[in-house]
Unconditional design. Sequence first.
Length: 564
Amino acid sequence: MPLAVSLLFATALFAQKPKEAPTQVPMGGFAKSIDVTVTNLDVVVTDSKGKRVTGLKKEDFEVIEDGLQQLVTNFFAVDGGKLTFVGDEPVPTPAPAVASVPAPVAVAPIPLPKTRIVIFVDNLHLTPFNRNRVLKNVQDWVRQSVGGDVEAMVVTFDRALKVRRKFTNDARDVADVLRQIEDISAMGLTQVSERKDLIQSIDDAQSMSQAEPRVRQYALSMVNDLQFTFDAMKTTINQLAGVEGRKIMLHVSEGLPQSPGAEMFQYLQDKFQQGGATLASFEFDKTSGYIGIVQAANAAGVTLYTFDASGLSVDSTMSAENRTSAARINNFLERNNLQSMLTLIAEETGGQAVLNRNDLTLSLNEVTQDFTSYYSLGYRSLRSGSDRPHKVDVKVKRKGLTARARRSYVEKSPETRVIESVTSALYFARDDNPLAVGIEVGQPVPADRQNYLVPFKIRVPYSRITTYPEGTRVRGRLLFYFIVVDASGKESDLATQAAPVELTARQFEAAQRGDFIYDVKMLMIPGSQKLSLAVRDEITNTVSYLQKSIFVSALPPSEAPAKK
């Protein structure tokens, strides 16, 4: 049964708390402000030997956005997982304690952004042996790198996206989940078998016209699998869009083809010594799909690290079963076809592609260095709020040094940022409530044979709502965002409601001791649901996020299980 969530009825009410001593509330003035946002870029700097470079300052960097140099206004440096520089000042290190001198008052360290790592195991493009070899490396790395403010999440994909472990800083738990994945079937062997059968079919064919339909069918099947992979990667990335902190995705596969079946079209042409077959492969080029992943990742602030688990492989046509083949697979073409897009999506998002390596220990340690030794650059610019993409280039002024950062980002409107965050909160809880919003769930009542009406009462203290004077009245506006996911993972459509706040001067004074109440009813199916709610003050763009678990029982109230 599909998830049904509809916003049916909403009213705003005024609720006054018990009277307190009256206070004079100034009306104040209201001025429209220009939306100025800070764009932040995480930058890794290396020397000619690939070693991380520390000790740089704000003036050592140059940021170019859409061809125009930007003034860096916000800056901090991280080395070894600790802040070493904020703005123009170094972060002082605590002096060692001396027995004869009283210990100084401890100063709380400035918190670093959390690092969240998604380990994406692409079982559709992996064979068991290579996958398990790589996962053993990843398990060892997780035990060393995950913990504290570094969290990891594990997902697998085999035409279905499965979250094996949500974000946790329990390194042992994550490593155990990765070990369990070694027992799950990987679908790469099916592709190996299909390719072997196709080669035999081409060898047995009497003409190109007889063999080409089989090659085309093979390529179309790969295109279908690749599209599923694109969708799974984008889904994972988009769910991270509203999550704060540094976000990293480790994608493990044995390569993703730029043009599915390209090496088989080339094999076909070499076999029959006729042109045209390789031209046919261009219609299957999927570069645009990879660019879509780059755009999604840069819009969500996710850095991609791609790992080719095939490692240092040999020419597959040299195996005993292929010695009688009439032609040979172009190994260079095949390798480039599988690896070029891994390089593209990694470099465009500020990450790295790890290719042609059997032992990934050093490469994984470099990932750790990337999120423990880096620079954060921020610059301010006027925003149109049109969700526009921008090209960005970061350079180091010192010779011989290279800066690595994402090469584009999407300028997001306040509306887009809230929508992304309220959706992400369905999966990754967000505790951020500056408006002191409260929510109460009422008793569900049947709406029809399949659906129930669930009432909600949302409270926002008037003292937290920003208003402005307009004549003899005071006005403001709240926006409410609702989205629900059911136990099977099906999301509802996002529902948005606007609630104007309008009071007289006398009411405004009394309202400071009361709540703005918003009543809403949602149409839901029976079962477990999770509601994600955002409340946005439109004047200041202050946003509160709340999540609420709900169980809609199909039993009459007297028969429903008691709430614990």
